[in-house]
Design a protein. Sequence first.
Length: 109
Amino acid sequence: MKYSTSNRGLPAGNPIANIFVILVGALVIGASIVLGFFAFLVLGSIIAVLASVIGLRLWWFNRKLRRQGQDDHPGRPAGPGGLIEGEYRVVDDTDDDRPADIVKPPKNS
């Protein structure tokens, strides 16, 4: 029976080349870890700044809305079920410019 094994060890039989491959691999792994850490810090900083800007904007907008609601009714707190202001005018049938058949419909007899 023929057994085949693949060489899963170091690629070269030269010990200097093996040491060089190990050093380069370790440096690449170390650089990847360091660059990944700094990329994480930069991305996290960008997200933190954006979150604080959006939070500050929402806070300012809510404060502006609250002040606008209080300015409508000075001395009274703005809230649901509060005061509804409006104007009205009493309409008298005698002062109407419309024809009489429109103002008062005829009776059906």
